[in-house]
Each structure stands twice: as structure tokens, then as C-alpha cells.
Design a protein around this ligand. Sequence first.
Ligand code: ASP
Length: 608
Amino acid sequence: MTANSGALGVTSMRTHLCGRVAISDVGTAVRVCGWVAKRREHGEHLAFIDLRDHTGIVQCVVPGTVDVRSEYVLAIEGVVRPRPEGTVNPDLPTGMVELGECSVTVLASADPPPFVVEDRVEVDEGIRLKYRYVDLRRPRMQANLRLRAAVNGALRAAMDRQGFVEVETPLLWAPTPEGAREFVVPSRLHHGSSYVLPQSPQLAKQLLMVAGVDRYYQIARCLRDEDLRADRQFEFSQLDIEASFVTQPDILGFVSEAVLDGAEAATGERPGSIETMTWAQAIDRFGTDKPDLRFGMELIDLSAVFEGTEVKAFGAPCVRAIVLPGGATLSRSRLDTLTDRAKAMGARGLAWFRVTDGEGEGAGNGGGAGNGGGAGNGGAVGLDSPLDRFLSEDERSGLLAGTAAQAGDLVLVVADEYRLACTVLGQLRVELAGRPVSEGPYRYVWVVDFPMFDGVDGAGHPVAAHHPFTMPHPDDLDRLETDPLSVRSQAYDLVLNGWELGSGSVRIHRGDIQGRVFAVLGISEEEAESRFGFLLGAFRYGAPPHAGFAVGIDRLAAIFAGEDSIREVIAFPKTQSGSDPMTGAPKPVSPGTLAELGVRSVAVPAQG
Ligand code: ASP
């Protein structure tokens, strides 16, 4: 650390930060403040106190005994000296030095902590969240909060540099179009009416474009009442941006710049540029629109090999495979579990082939061993599978050549409708290669040209894949009414290591196209007017072409911090069940408050 960062900690109460006391300070009288990490007596005449602040720990040697316990808050004055020979601690940045001849002032006493404040100690998450202020004292959590702040700072700086203006938009707002369940805030002044907490500043930022702001950004808090997961909380933060007179490549450029700056601030390394693939390529190669590019195992098309096959299991419009290198050792019960997984995802089944070295490992499996064509495999290989004996010679060699599988590998095949086959194999690919999202290297990818619609709803209307203000792809606009499910949109996602970091789109700024999209979605003019009338009204006063994006900051910070749950980079997250063990939220509201709000609470009888 630089001398400067040490100086930043100086206040009227301390001269140094605990973790910054250095060998160059030897001979200096210093005053440090912090919490007692450890205290031990050395006979009657000497006490050792490890004092901790957010920068680390320094060992203080106090003559006599001191009446302090763990987590007491102290100010300690002493003189920096080298540690005696044999007591140097190479694991500690301050391990070369100690403070000698210390005098101790107790600033606050402390009850025994609910758990030891150390990274190594495993503590139940409920307890951690109940005593979050103690949990956050741990070095790992301190580092996470500071890393997140550094990422935020870099994102802000990148947007400022690119001419974006930070504008704050309201939290008490009207419904927004992301389509998740909303948090509702009853109005005291307008009984029977409510505000809605924004799922994103989507409509506000589009209005800012109509208002001529030109380039807007905000580190925005978004609220969605959806089930919580490792990568999802009720409230989350995003770098939200919108710009006018731009096209898709402009937005991808602005966001890439900010995210790469954020990566550099967090990791010290700036990744190269971010690659782009279309949604169709992502599905075709990885079976998902969130491709994890850290490993291969791409989907292989075997449809031509099995065209007109006699094997019933492979009689389907699409036959696709993945190869798990070294996977031939997977046990039969593991393969059965994978088959069950595939079926649970809707596949008719899952065929597996262990690739053998052709030396008879397939014995007992219908004589498949040694039958392999081995084309391109650098030697004779065979297949071990209950299905092998049904394959023709051409199919066997086609499968081996098409997959380029080597002895010891496992080939998994799904024969089904195209999307289903891709999705199932894409999911199995991730489950089998399974690596934590935060594990390096960081592989970013822009996924572009998303479909405009994602299936149809109960009433037969296509469902918007992004939100209803997303501009269709200009080449597909003429099919909007006749073949909507084939229409691509100008929507794009940013993906990192298989996690969606964010999404955005070019927006519809023309009333005629918006009207057509609403009609396809089955949103009547009245409904559009009542839900989004204020936006549509604003557009009639001159809307510039505009586009935007939002980057999830919690996910970005979690990955950079090496965490697989966003809760580890949020100061006060909710538990999986949406509660806060520290404050007790959500809590019943007093009858008086409810009356003021014009709300009556109806007790719902307990289930069961
Ligand atoms: N409002 C969108 C979201 O929160 C992002 C965007 O389209 O800008 O996902």
C-alpha cells in the first residue's frame, strides 16, 4: 500500500491505520484505533492485543494486565518496533512489527460476539445476517464492500467520461414494463391508490430522452418482488443508461467501456474487447442465451448422421450431442441420473456412449466394442452403450467422426425438437462441466439479435421477450403480424461466465410501430393508454431515436470478488425467504398506520 493510502486514515483520534503500520515506521510513536481481535496474557507483566480495523491487524504489547475482551473498541498508543527474532509473522502484512510500551484507552466495551470475527470461521447465514454489523467486520466482507465501491466508482467515471449525465429518477412511481411482480406502496393522501416501486427506471429514462438529456446514466436501485436466489434479491442495483441518436453498436461501445473499466478497477487487469454472437448462434452452439465460454463442449449436430435412421430413439427432427472429455468413467447410476434430468427438462430421453479404446471394454454391451470407425480419432475406438448394437456401421463411424470423441470420453445425445434438444444439452453441459461463476478466466460475450417474442400466452398472444418498447429488427418488420415468432428484435444481453450481466435494446420511438407491437402483444389501445399513456403521450411531442442498457452491479461485483452469491457483496441483503433477521422486516404494521393508509389487513388462514 502507498503511504498516501495510510495517510487517508489519519483523524484527530489516530495517526495510523492498524494494517498500515510498517517497518519504515520503526521508532515512531503512533496511535491506532480499532476492535480487539485477540488478547493474550504473557505472565503477569505483559499482555498482547491484536487490534483490528478495516485495513488489518497490528500486534500491541502492553505492560501489565489489561481488562479488555474480544471486540472491545480501543485506542492504543505505542512506539513501533521490529518484532523480536523468531516472532515475525510472515502471514500478516504488519507481521514484521509491533507496537511496544502501549497504553490503552477503552472507547467502548463489547458483549461477547455471536461468532469469531475471522474469515476462516463458518457461520450459519441466518446468524450472519442477524448480526450483519459483526459479520461485515470480517476481512473478506470488508474487501467485498470496498471492491464494489471501486467498481461503482469506475463505472461512474467511465460514464462521465463518455458524456453521460447522472440523473436520479423517482422510487415512488407507476408500474414499469419489466413484467415482474411489483412492490406496492399505499398512498396516505389518496386512499385506495398506490405507488409502485420501479422494477427499473425504464420509462423515466425514455422520458429523459424525450426531454433532450441525450445521454443519461444512474446507479439505480430496482425492486422486483420475485423469488430470491443466489443471483437475485428483491432490490438490486444496476448501471442504467439511455442515449439518443444512437444505434446498437453505440450502446455496446458505451457499456463495454464502462464494464471493462470496472473489471480493471476490481482485478487490476483490463480484459481485451468483448466478443459478440447472435442469439441464434448462442442457442446453436451452447444451448442457452447465457453461454459460458470458459470451456468447450459445444453442441454438435448429428442430424445428418441419423437421417432416416432405423434406431427409434434417434428418429427426431434434430439429433445433437455433447462430448464430456474423460467422462467414460461416469458410473451407470450417474448416467441414469443424467437421463432423468434430461427427461425432467422435457426430452424424450438421453442416449449415452462411452468411448472405449476398442480393446473389448464394451464386452457385455451388445458387442459394440471395437466397432468404431475411428475416423479422425487417431486410432481404433469403440462405443460402450446399450444402444450401440442398434447402430449401423455408418452411424457408428459418423457419430465418432462427428464428435471427434477420444477413448475415455462420454458422448451424450438428445434427439428431439431443435430448441428442446439444444436447451437440454446446454443445461447438461453446464451441470457436467460445473464450475463456479466467479472462477477465472472472465469470458464476456455480447448476445445480440434476440427474438422479439418468447412463446405465446394463454390467450395465444406472443409474449414480449424483452419489454414492449423494444424495436423489431428492421429486416423482420414486415413479418410482425404474419409470423411474429420469427421476428428478431434489436435487443442484446451482456453475459459473463454464464451469468446474464444485463440487457438492453433499441427502443421504438415511432407511434405506428409501437401500435403494431401492442396489437401483436394483445395490448388494447385502452390498456396501453392506461398503463403507459404518459410515455406514449410524451412521444407525441417529439421522441428522438434512442436505446439503452442496464448492467447488474451486484452480479458484476460478486464475480469480481470471487463470490458465487450476490448476498456476499450486499451490505444488508435479505435471506432466501425474503426476510431480514437483523431488523425483523417485514413486520406487521400497527392498526393506526394501516388506518392512516386506508388499508385493512386481512388475516389469511394458515395453510394445512
Ligand atoms: N430496463 C431494462 C432492465 O432493467 C434494461 C434496459 O432495457 O435498459 O432489464
